[in-house]
Design a protein around this ligand. Structure first.
Ligand code: FMN
Length: 368
């Protein structure tokens, strides 16, 4: 079985190791304009030795935004900002995908164009609390705004938003994109049997609920080819505010099968071991195994906290082909080298996860 440090071929993209950087929202886009730039370029370039960098969730359209100071990939200025990032990463020898994000109902009218309602598969409020930043810089947490259900005739436009974002990501120099279909955001809201009881072609049956995922992925593939489009799913529940449904298992197994058939770069599964309390589950080993079998291509697993041995164990038992580290990537810009040398791992500082500037972002030291 491979080691974390062995190279992996992602359907033609050669990655020098299997230690990937998970997508991490850090809310440091510059204003006005939600722009990435030099700050992000330095951050990702510092981490260029990871097998693959999956850059932070990035809104594809204003309607898809729900968090402060998160970057977009919609405007020419944002594309130019991302170009600075990808150039720096490539100059440092790295590979970088962009995570395409539409939050759906996990938003607030203050983020929406014209102050309107956020959109979703159904007009049911998210239980998420939304962070607003006031003009004086203070932060406030408020309940998500009641969304409206997207109309059937709007769905092609939503799919086009993914296509547009993927074209922009390509123009910005990314090696590929990851479709964010996890963590209770828009695509997850369409997959969900507990929420999406629409009676049009985009809801109700499992086949219909899969439609937005598959069409958005196809739209991204029009720009990159399927071999450069990964998909992130969170089939194991828990941090999401979407209640479980009886047919979740069928949805996720079918998603894996369809995405594998299309030839996606990888399937990225977030296991939700989230947090400091260790393995928080619920981890469904049989479901993960079945999805891997059905997908038939590279599977990236995530959710190990600081437990590198557990990640290697998933490679050993054939559950994962590569792993993505989130919090460890925040505090260890040279994680692959640290693993290679058996060196200690630096601890992360949660107080600077979502902050501004380089502190807690670009000042984590490399090993001596
Ligand atoms: C600060 C922070 C920001 C995150 N942002 C994103 C994101 O933009 N997109 C996403 O899919 N997951 C996001 N996540 C989840 C992580 O990608 C990852 O799934 C989670 O941290 C568990 O992995 P870990 O145990 O290696 O940290 C975020 C997590 C943290 C802690």
């Amino acid at each position: 079985m491979p080691s974390l440090l062995d190279p992996i071929d992602l359907r033609g993209l050669r990655c020098p190791n299997r230690v990937f950087m998970a997508p991490l929202t850090r809310q440091r886009a510059s204003q006005p304009g939600d722009l990435p730039g030099e700050l992000q370029a330095e951050h990702y370039a510092q981490r260029a030795s990871y097998g693959l960098l999956i850059a932070e969730a990035t809104w594809i359209t204003e309607e898809g935004k729900g968090y402060p100071n998160t970057p977009g990939v919609r405007t020419p200025e944002q594309v130019a900002g991302w170009r600075i990032v990808t150039d720096r990463v490539h100059a440092a020898g790295g590979r970088i995908f962009l995570q395409l994000w539409h939050v759906g109902r996990v938003s607030h009218c203050e983020y929406q164009p014209g102050g309107g309602a956020p959109v979703s598969s159904a007009a049911v409020a998210s239980k998420a609390m939304i962070t607003l930043v006031r003009a004086d810089g203070t932060r406030e947490r408020v309940p998500a705004t009641l969304p409206r259900a997207l109309r059937t005739d709007e769905m092609p436009r939503v799919v086009e938003d993914y296509a547009h974002a993927a074209r922009n990501a390509k123009a910005a120099g990314f090696d590929g994109v990851e479709v964010h279909a996890a963590n209770s955001y828009l695509i997850n809201q369409f997959l969900s049997g507990s929420l999406n009881r629409r009676d049009d072609a985009w809801g109700g049956s499992v086949e219909n609920r899969l439609r937005l995922l598959l069409e958005a992925t196809h739209a991204a593939a029009e720009a990159f080819g399927y071999a450069r489009v990964g998909v992130r799913l969170s089939p194991m529940g828990s941090v999401t505010d979407l209640p479980p449904a009886d047919d979740d298992r069928e949805v996720y197994v079918r998603a894996a099968r369809e995405l594998g058939r299309a030839g996606c770069a990888y399937l990225h599964l977030f296991n939700h071991f989230w947090g400091e309390r260790g393995w928080e589950g619920p981890f469904d080993l049989a479901l993960a195994q079945e999805m891997k079998r059905e997908f038939g291509g590279p599977v990236v697993m995530n959710g190990y906290g600081r437990d590198v041995a557990a990640a290697q164990h998933d490679l050993d038992r054939g559950l994962a082909d590569a792993v993505a580290f989130g919090k460890l990537a925040i505090s260890n810009p040279d994680l692959p080298e640290r693993i290679a040398r058996g060196a200690g791992l630096a601890a992360w500082d949660e107080s600077t996860f979502y902050a501004s500037g380089a502190a807690g972002y670009n000042d984590y030291a490399r090993m001596k």
